[in-house]
Ligand binder design. Structure first.
Ligand code: IMP
Length: 430
């Protein structure tokens, strides 16, 4: 038996919500370890749709402990709104089933304002952030001026820290002709929400250590995807956290060796929201068709997602840098009925061929995909529950993906419904 980390292997939106929900039924503890409410995980259970952003997916299942780790940036107002919304659907949320790391940094209203101003300053080079203050909050953490969850206990300390933090942010806001913020306008609402947040607060590393020693199954729920990682992704068009599997330990306080299996969630084609390079992007009818059939709209912002063919070079890189042991291949059914399907097997640039994604943003923007073309399949994969029921050509497509990314399929998802999942290998008992 082993603990599992679930990671997106592309640019996010690979369908982690469904797979995490499927796995959370088998886990006792579910942990978020990076990102914030830029993430959007949709779960459909017994006909009820739950939209989660900050809350770990385990929250909708009775008897599970959900943990928000120190690697997450927490907007306390957004968190309380989400708790209220999910509670309205009949889910009980209390300190019995939700714990929050005392050392997690907060997203404050000033971060949201700075996020929007920073995007405006970037002009044509804008990242297309979710506008939720994620980047500025992580900047404050690294710059050692963040307000952390534990600071909510002490109003005087909060005031001092806010004064220090606003010297920095107000300088930028004024320079950009945006309204600066006052300490009181942040402090007052923070003090109002503090008593609602503090009962959930805990040194969660200790809780995880106990859970591990008791032999409980722990599921680490990643947000975004490997190519949005601030070090390894398509920098600077990335999010501001490390999204790779290694972050599960640092972002929660679980020691090394606490995670035995990394499951990479992988969509059978590629999508991206926001700006940045996308070698296999389809700007034609095929891209539009994939977007339409696949309902490719951002869960958080509602923006249409850019769509393209499967990029095996990029996913292979994600497999290596995350240490992915097996993939959950999702949305293969969206490709049902296509005449031909392409897979990117390399990139060309200036007479050179690459079998990896080079780091230079200039080269990334100019890469031309090298494609392998395969016939599509006429039967359907949609809703299939067994490998034997898949069209032969669909199996060939999946096998070719496995070969190219040097990793095997552990789970195959054939529709948004949880029962439409083909299990090849159980990550918890691999
Ligand atoms: P930020 O995380 O709001 O700073 O946005 C940075 C980039 O990451 C933008 O391109 C966003 O569209 C993208 N991004 C952030 N969160 C997600 C997610 O959960 N899924 C997909 N893309 C995301």
């Amino acid at each position: 038996m082993t603990n599992v980390a679930v990671i997106g292997s592309q640019w996010g939106d690979e369908g982690k919500g469904k797979v995490v929900d499927w796995l959370s039924e088998r886990a006792q503890v579910v942990v978020r370890f990076q990102g914030g409410h830029n993430a959007g995980h949709t779960l459909v259970i017994d006909g009820v749709t739950y939209k989660l952003s900050l809350l770990p997916s385990g929250i909708v299942r009775p008897g599970k402990l959900s943990i928000i780790g120190n690697g997450v940036v927490i907007d306390p107002f957004a968190l309380l709104d989400e708790i209220a919304n999910v509670s309205k659907l009949g889910v009980e949320i209390s300190p019995k089933n939700l714990r929050i790391a005392e050392n997690a940094p907060l997203i404050l209203p000033v971060h949201r304002r700075v996020d929007q101003v920073a995007e405006a300053i970037r002009g044509k080079g804008k990242i297309g952030t979710t506008g939720r203050g994620i980047g500025p909050a992580y900047e404050d953490k690294i710059a050692r001026r963040a307000i952390r969850v534990c600071d909510l206990e002490d109003e005087d300390l909060l005031r001092d820290k806010l004064e220090n933090l606003l010297v920095y942010h107000n300088a930028l806001l004024k320079a950009a002709d945006a309204a600066p913020m006052t300490v009181e306008e942040i402090l007052k609402p923070l003090m109002e929400v503090a008593p609602k947040i503090l009962p959930f607060v805990e040194p969660v590393w200790r809780l995880l250590d106990t859970a591990r020693r008791e032999g409980k199954r722990i599921l680490f729920e990643g947000a975004q995807g490997a190519m949005l990682d601030v070090d390894h992704g398509t920098y600077p068009y990335v999010t501001s956290s490390n999204t790779l599997a290694g972050t599960a330990t640092i972002g929660s306080g679980m020691g090394m060796g606490g995670i035995g299996y990394v499951l990479g969630i992988t969509k059978a084609y590629t999508t991206r929201v926001g700006s940045g390079p996308f070698p296999t992007e389809l700007m034609d009818d095929i891209g539009a068709k994939i977007g339409k059939i696949g309902h490719e709209f951002g869960t958080v912002t509602g923006r249409p997602r850019r769509c393209g063919w499967f990029d095996a070079v990029m996913v292979r890189q994600a497999v290596k840098i995350c240490g992915i042991n097996g993939i959950a291949l999702t949305k293969v059914d969206i490709l049902d009925g296509f005449d031909t399907i392409k897979i990117c097997v390399g990139y060309k640039h200036g007479g050179k061929t690459y079998d990896y994604l080079p780091a230079s943003m200039k080269i990334q923007a100019e890469l031309e995909p090298v494609y392998e073309e395969m016939p599509g399949w006429q039967g359907i994969t949609h809703g299939k529950k067994s490998w034997a029921d898949l069209p032969a050509q669909a199996i060939k497509y999946i096998r070719r993906i496995e070969e190219l990314i040097e990793c095997q399929v552990a789970l195959l998802s054939t529709s948004p419904k949880r029962e439409d999942t083909i299990l090849v290998r159980d990550p918890f008992i691999d």
